[in-house]
Write a protein that binds this ligand. Sequence first.
Ligand SMILES: *[C@@H]1O[C@H](CO)[C@@H](O)[C@H](O)[C@H]1NC(C)=O
Ligand SMILES: *[C@@H]1O[C@H](CO)[C@@H](O)[C@H](O)[C@H]1NC(C)=O
Ligand SMILES: *[C@@H]1O[C@H](CO)[C@@H](O)[C@H](O)[C@H]1NC(C)=O
Length: 355
Amino acid sequence: MDFALLLLSLWALAGTASLQASGTTGSCPERLLGEERRRTCPRPCKADRDCGNKRQCLCDGQCGLSCVAPGRTCPWPLPPSDNSTARLLSPTHSFSALLEVRCNPGFALPNGLDATIRRCQGDRQWSGDEPICTGTESPTAHAAQTCPLPDEVINTFSIQGSAAIGTSIRYSCLSGADIVGSSENFCQDNQTWQYPHPICQKVYCLPPREVEQGYVVAVQKTEYEVGFDIHYLCKKNFLLDGPQKVTCLSNGSWSALPPYCRARCLIPAERSRVEIGGVKRWPFDVTDAMVPHGENVTFYCKHPHKQCSFSATQTCFDGKLRPSTCYLEPTWLQYKLFPHRLVSEIEACEPGDVE
Ligand SMILES: *[C@@H]1O[C@H](CO)[C@@H](O)[C@H](O)[C@H]1NC(C)=O
Ligand SMILES: *[C@@H]1O[C@H](CO)[C@@H](O)[C@H](O)[C@H]1NC(C)=O
Ligand SMILES: *[C@@H]1O[C@H](CO)[C@@H](O)[C@H](O)[C@H]1NC(C)=O
């Protein structure tokens, strides 16, 4: 873990404070338990530091912000059920994973819907009561001319349109979070909705990969809110290759891959001049005899038959710079006794001399 943490400036501190104000408390409901009888809520919290070091302060549905161990899992697979089929909508069955329970054809839930979505809670239970699908010939389905809209749906979404048979509604999340599922629904003749109601889920970005030899100018977190910026700096003598900053996008991706911090290269010549940035120089005259990543170094090579020199260029890439294959390092004697006859000091070949 050489992923360094830098709190460089007031800017970073201000960024964190506003993040906590707008991000975590804004969209998580206050702890409010009504219908969910089985529910035992984990310890309430306001920030990660209110929880032990194995737990994080996360939104746990109707429990509100609670100390949750995000690795804990809910029961899966579920025991098979006669009248319904359960399906995981998330890659795992751990905290905040989603599960769809769909009634088999000819069966429906007591509220008339044929499917429901359950969320894996901090208490390792799937949210809501055990769904019970019964045959749709039940007498409850005949009374009204509308499809049912449970309180839970009404409290979560702003709903446009009508729930009458043959019409459709559109959902948008009251909390501003993203809709998971269909954002439009149609009330069918048998007073059931065509699709299960969607749910609202806050979008996060996972931590981007670490940048070797670099610093991140942000507080390290296990997940980042949409709009969060991570700025990068490289250690001294390393060059940033890639974006200086990445932003968490509304689809949970980062705006770009993180950059690389590229190392300088040692000039692989001592007793010849080389050309760097258009200037012919002795390597010992260059600071540390090194060039930055991406710099071109031109070596002077001797013509195989004539007493003239031609040049060949190599580029420094992340600490690696090889001399051109035609380059021969002069011996110490050549360098000391005949400095004017060094290949880098003799005349350049005519354009026609070099194949
Ligand atoms: C399945 O449906 C039947 C008929 O409606 C009902 O009597 C029974 O209780 C249901 N079983 C389960 C496990 O929901
Ligand atoms: C997220 O959105 C960006 C920009 O709109 C797009 O380039 C990227 O592919 C999307 N990522 C995913 C996983 O959909
Ligand atoms: C090095 O040479 C390449 C190819 O000629 C060129 O594209 C690049 O801009 C040069 N880099 C520098 C730092 O001059």
